[in-house]
Ligand binder design. Structure first.
Ligand SMILES: C[S@@+](CC[C@H](N)C(=O)[O-])C[C@H]1O[C@@H](n2cnc3c(N)ncnc32)[C@H](O)[C@@H]1O
Length: 443
């Protein structure tokens, strides 16, 4: 028996449930969407409403504050989220206004807020009437206009000066879909031809030689070559890691924070001959995703569950020639892909992350061979997690040098303030925000 497709009101109610799951319960959208049973158009609409509402949450909440008779934080979380979903539809213009209002009111009933249906209707209609004046006031504040938490806007202005505005804009853009071609199974010309034959427009990247961007983005499972392990999805910035690490055949390589495995698999795809790659991660369930990707791509690695900060528990005592340390971080460089980060990350998280990153760097250095290379990477745009961590480490560690290369003259990465390494800012050369520091150990 086939399950009937959800109604428009049910889709909006489900989107509100996702938004409240992030905003009120502090859960990640990926986590909430894991095992999503919805298919087809309903799935697409639900996701686009949830992503869009979260992307604009701080602005929508300010709008709501100007319309409702009580502050948003005094509303039940799912009603507040539903009102934001309704306002998002009216602001984005992707749904006819009368349908946006009517279906949001119906969704209130779906969520058990039948008695608030009149209130929902009144708030959305008032927005239609007062939109211009309300938005003029709200949009005078850059944090509200670009829908970012104030602490983050201030940190960007402090660290990136005039570039902060471009980062804020880029964070609200729809992210491109970058593929990584598995060089062991396909070449770029073959991949391009197959993708174009499937109806996609295909573009190359000036710095990431295995990267292809496709338009329009699609469900990865429908991509030609995906099931056969010929392509994976990975942002072009992440793909630069292999260009900087420069792994060689015959080497012992450690990926110290490996899951879900994108960079570890890329290393194995690129090494020209056998090598020994240890893929370590503290999370066993996440390591399972590395196992799945290796199997799909026809690659092998030595998978280990362990804390990279405590090598005594997992290290066999043989040093590594190259180490990739892709640290757990605030993920503030990938907000365009994960808008829930705007709500989930707090200013107070950053010093704690920086201490954790410093601990991992010091421990990883201890298992690096003399003459070896350690590539420190993060998808944060904050100096405190990047150049500050690496700079303090270099200052305290004799025999450690910053040798981060410029990949080409066109390399968009910039010196990360006064410190070591290079940063790519979100949107630059169509990439996610990323930080790289290539550290060399004296022989
Ligand atoms: C940024 S992600 C790594 C992404 C991965 N390199 C890739 O390209 O797919 C950070 C990873 O570090 C892991 N992690 C966090 N703390 C760790 C620790 N103390 N030791 C090892 N792994 C850790 C997390 O479980 C997470 O999978």
């Amino acid at each position: 028996m086939s399950i009937p497709a959800p109604s428009p009101a049910q889709i909006r109610a489900a989107a509100a449930g996702l938004v409240a799951g992030v905003a009120a319960d502090g859960r990640s959208l990926d986590d909430l969407l894991a095992g999503d049973p919805d298919q087809g158009a309903a799935r697409g609409l639900k996701r686009s409403l949830a992503y869009g509402t979260l992307r604009w949450h701080f602005r929508l909440d300010a709008i709501l504050g100007g319309l409702a008779d009580r502050p948003p934080d005094q509303l039940p979380p799912r009603l507040r989220a539903l009102l934001e979903v309704g306002l998002y539809q009216l602001c984005s213009g992707e749904t006819a206004p009368h349908a946006a209002v009517a279906e949001t009111v119906n969704a209130a009933r779906e969520l058990g807020f039948g008695r608030a249906a009149g209130f929902v209707n009144a708030v959305l209609r008032r927005f239609q009437r007062e939109r211009e004046a309300l938005l003029a006031t709200i949009d005078a504040d850059p944090a509200l206009r670009t829908a970012h938490p104030r602490w983050f806007v201030e940190a960007l202005r402090r660290e990136h000066g005039a570039a902060a505005d471009a980062i804020l804009e880029a964070n609200n853009a729809h992210p491109p879909m970058w593929l990584r071609v598995n060089r062991r199974r396909w070449d770029l010309a073959g991949a391009t031809a197959a993708l174009e034959a499937s109806g996609a427009q295909v573009y190359r990247h000036p710095l990431a030689p295995d990267a292809l961007r496709i338009e329009p983005p699609c469900d990865v499972r429908t991509l030609p070559g995906f099931a056969e392990g010929r392509v994976s999805v990975q942002d072009a910035a992440a793909q630069l890691s292999v260009e900087l690490l420069r792994p060689q055949a015959g080497e012992r390589i450690l990926d110290a924070c490996a899951a879900p495995g994108g960079k570890a698999c890329h290393v194995l795809e690129r090494v020209d001959g056998p090598c020994e790659l240890v893929a370590l991660d503290v999370s066993e369930p996440r390591l399972e995703r590395v196992r799945e990707s290796l199997a799909r791509l026809g690659l092998t690695a030595d998978l280990r569950v362990g804390d990279a900060g405590e090598p005594g528990a997992w290290w066999d005592g043989r040093p590594y020639d190259r180490i990739l340390l892709d640290v757990p971080c605030s993920a503030t460089g990938v907000i365009r892909r994960h808008p829930d980060i705007k709500l989930l990350r707090r200013a107070r998280d950053i010093p704690a992350l920086a201490r954790r990153q410093a601990r991992l760097l010091a421990a990883a250095w201890g298992v690096l061979a003399p003459g070896g290379t350690l590539l420190y990477t993060s998808c944060s745009v904050l100096r405190e997690e990047n150049a500050a961590v690496v700079g303090q480490f270099l200052a305290a560690m004799p025999g450690a040098r910053d040798e981060t290369p410029r990949l080409t003259a066109g390399w968009p990465g910039r010196a990360a303030g006064s410190g070591p390494g290079y940063a790519v800012l979100p949107g630059e050369a169509d990439m996610d925000g990323f930080y790289f520091a290539c550290l060399q150990k004296a022989a």
